[in-house]
Design a protein around this ligand. Structure first.
Ligand SMILES: CC(C)(COP(=O)(O)OP(=O)(O)OC[C@H]1O[C@@H](n2cnc3c(N)ncnc32)[C@H](O)[C@@H]1OP(=O)(O)O)[C@@H](O)C(=O)NCCC(=O)NCCSC(=O)C[C@H](O)C(=O)O
Ligand SMILES: [Mg+2]
Length: 324
């Protein structure tokens, strides 16, 4: 089966904000923000001594959203980044002792939209977590996301992405972690990310080969709005679906960069209408406004229109644009 047919349904993931699960003010702030998705972090943003408190705070936070989510009226996708699902000794054999397992035990009853696995290095890890979810009777709707942020993970990224087919189809999205990769490799942060772009494209290619979404890495310099906007534009041009964010001040620029331009939407609607017209019934290729348009462009147009519908639905559920 080709990748395009394997691709998951269109989702809106322009702005994916991370929030440390042990920061009550930031947790409370989310309701007023216009991000498409939130990653609640139980991993690196939470100090070891605060892990239990963070789990309890996150569980209560998700429980407070349960009614709205159950009614399908939550405009935000909610993802939990757990700790590693290997034990402190480094293996799966001692799974019960792992911090990540403790995260799952507390969080899974609240049915988040996805679990984000940090520092994934092998396909086996994704499969193992998928098995744990199935054993815990987690609904099929609970997806898996994976961070690719170690040299070994990068070398294995194609095999990891392929678990989107084998892990009960739960794997849904990849995110490169450039802070960890920079730490592990010595590559220095630079405008334009010249030495990191090949790795970013490797992650993107692996994701696309197996029909996954892919979100660009965080930009650490909160005060550098122009640098952040430029990096969003670069990521958009590279093909990313959105950007992982660390601060509310980054939401508007990400939404703009990965949003849908009116002209692109009008063009997509024109392509769909043209292929549906009697004049072009059954054709594989047509001429539209002086350009060749093939069925592959029709598929792209349908995806863009589907995303536009999601955006309209998001605005229906959250009509007053919140501040960021
Ligand atoms: C980076 C921060 C610690 C900065 O915090 P602070 O200086 O306190 O922010 P502000 O005073 O400017 O905050 C203004 C208001 O916004 C709220 N706020 C701040 N950050 C967030 C957030 N992330 N989500 C929601 N709300 C947020 C504040 O509460 C203020 O509101 P109010 O209380 O009403 O006044 C902080 O921004 C932060 O913790 N950011 C997230 C850090 C994080 O999650 N890190 C882990 C992910 S990064 C990663 O994964 C890297 C990857 O693994 C890799 O290897 O590359
Ligand atoms: Mg990291």
């Amino acid at each position: 089966m080709g990748s395009s047919t394997n691709r998951h349904p269109a989702r809106l993931r322009r702005s994916v904000l991370t929030v440390p699960a042990d920061n009550p003010r930031a947790l409370a702030k989310i309701a007023s923000l216009d991000c498409d998705a939130v990653i609640y972090d139980l991993e690196d943003a939470v100090a070891p001594a605060h892990k239990d408190g963070a789990r309890a705070a996150l569980s209560a936070h998700l429980a407070s959203l349960a009614t709205r989510r159950g009614a399908g009226e939550d405009p935000v996708e909610r993802i939990v980044r757990i700790n590693a699902l290997s034990s402190a000794q480094g293996g799966f054999d001692d799974l019960e002792a792992a911090e990540g397992m403790a995260d799952l035990r507390v969080i899974l009853p609240q049915v988040p939209d996805a679990i984000l696995l940090p520092k994934v290095e092998t396909p086996h890890e994704v499969q193992r977590v998928a098995d744990v979810l199935s054993e815990a009777d987690a609904p099929d709707s609970v997806r898996l996301w994976a961070m690719i942020e170690t040299p070994r993970g990068l070398l294995n990224v194609a095999a990891i992405a392929e678990t989107g087919r084998t892990s009960g189809g739960r794997l849904d999205c990849l995110i490169p972690g450039l802070n960890d990769l920079a730490k592990a490799t010595g590559v220095m942060p630079q405008p334009g990310r010249p030495y990191l772009v090949p790795w970013l494209m490797q992650v993107l290619l692996a994701a696309r080969a197996f029909g996954l979404d892919v979100i660009d890495a965080v930009f650490n310099v909160i005060a550098d709005g122009a640098g952040f906007a430029a990096e969003c534009q670069q990521a958009r041009a590279m093909g990313f679906d959105g950007k992982m964010l660390i601060h509310p001040a980054q939401i508007a620029a990400a939404n703009a960069a990965f949003g849908i331009e009116p002209a692109a939407l009008a063009r997509a609607e024109a392509i769909i209408a043209a292929f549906a017209s009697d004049a072009h019934a059954g054709k594989g290729v047509i001429r539209l406004d002086g350009e060749m348009v093939e069925l592959l462009h029709l598929a792209e147009a349908e995806r863009l229109v589907a995303r536009a519908r999601l955006l309209a639905e998001r605005h229906r559920l959250q009509p007053d644009p919140p501040h960021s």
